[in-house]
Design a protein around this ligand. Structure first.
Ligand SMILES: Cc1ncc(COP(=O)(O)O)c(C=O)c1O
Length: 355
């Protein structure tokens, strides 16, 4: 059957924004402000205000934002940084960039986010930072660790309370994110002036701090597009929550594990992930009914070949392993219609033979 409901689609959003986005890009081209420049400065001010942070440093990716936030927190070779294993590979990659060792800890099965008690148990005298991931847009609980916290908010733009507990928060503007650029982009937010000025210098080849830096600057075109889209982010996140409500109500009596919903710390549903046994068969049967799905993420990072040198074994983090084995991401993007969401619900009820 042809795809009736894609897992994700950006084309409909472009159709709605076309004139405004093209005018914004034209403005950057007309001034030839391609790297950094006034649009980047305006975006930084607007995104800092949106996040309620004192500073925003615009960058070329979420990975760069994590990397600079960790360096600014004093992380370096020989150190350890604790994070969750069921995240996108970039979280651990940024830790490895600093020369530190990623140390994994298990997740809370109710939220799939890093469990503060497990994170605390993984702290040693070498631990320099903790990186909780607000996975799927759901705010992670953050413990009192007594060491710097760098929040991986790459999937959580606008989620309740995110970016307020740590030394810094890292955002990705990869095109598919809730706030996505027309290419690569990222940002670090912080209330700490020293962290912000270090990141500003290091994104621009370390100018002014006497250190070897990076080219992590944001393009003017990306900032101009992000400014257009930031004005719509709250509306898009509200629509994601409405779609989540339709899924949640429609699937209440279906034998799947649904994501938790905490009104005190609203999730922005970057993904709507359900957990089912026999995940691959369920996905195949949904595809037969024209419903696209995805898996975020099929294997936990402690079992990834890239981290084989850390010598973890299957069974080390059973809750994260189980979540990865059973996760299915349903279609989720703001332009999805109520009818499409209802179709997904019915297809899943049919597949799981729910009455
Ligand atoms: C949880 C998480 N961390 C880090 C990143 C890295 O962001 P980027 O792809 O912009 O480097 C992403 C996004 O891809 C992500 O989802």
């Amino acid at each position: 059957m042809p795809v009736r409901v894609p897992q994700f689609d950006l084309v409909a959003q472009y159709d709605a924004l076309r004139d405004e986005v093209l005018a914004a890009i034209e403005g950057v081209c007309a001034r030839a402000a391609f790297s950094s420049g006034p649009e980047v400065a305006r975006f930084e001010a607007e995104f800092a205000a949106y996040c309620g942070a004192a500073h925003c440093v615009a960058l070329n990716s979420g990975t760069s934002a994590l990397h600079l936030a960790l360096l600014a927190s004093g992380v370096g070779p020989g150190d350890e940084v604790v994070t969750a294993p069921n995240t996108f590979t970039a979280t651990a990659e940024a830790i490895a960039y600093t020369g530190a060792r990623p140390v994994f800890a298990d997740v809370d099965p109710a939220t799939a986010n890093l469990d503060p008690a497990s994170a605390e148990a993984a702290i040693t005298e070498r631990t320099k930072a903790i990186v909780p991931v607000h996975l799927y847009g759901r705010p992670a609980a953050i413990g009192e660790y007594g060491i710097p916290v760098v929040e991986d908010a790459c999937q959580a733009h606008g989620a309740g309370g995110v970016g307020r507990s740590g030394a810094a928060a890292a955002y990705s503007f990869y095109p598919s994110k809730n706030l996505g650029a027309y290419g690569e982009g990222g940002a670090l937010t912080t209330d700490d002036e020293a962290v912000a000025s270090f990141a500003r210098a290091m994104r621009d080849h370390g100018r002014g701090v006497g250190q070897v830096g990076f080219n992590y600057r944001m393009d003017g075109v990306q900032a101009a597009v992000l400014r257009v889209k930031l004005a719509r982010l709250d509306g898009w996140n509200a629509r994601r929550r409405e779609l989540a409500r339709i899924y949640r109500e429609g699937l209440a009596s279906v034998p799947v594990d649904l994501p938790t919903d905490d009104a005190a710390a609203p999730c922005v549903y970057h993904q709507f992930v359900i957990w089912v046994d026999d995940r691959d068969e369920v996905r195949r049967e949904l595809a037969e009914r024209g419903v696209g799905t995805a898996v975020h993420y099929p294997a936990p990072l402690h079992l990834d070949q890239a981290y084989a040198h850390l010598c973890y074994r299957e069974g080390d983090f059973p809750r994260a392993e189980r979540a990865c084995r059973r996760a299915v991401s349903l279609p989720m993007f703001p332009e999805l219609s109520d009818e499409q969401a209802a179709y997904v619900v019915q297809a899943l009820r049919d597949v799981l033979r729910a009455t």
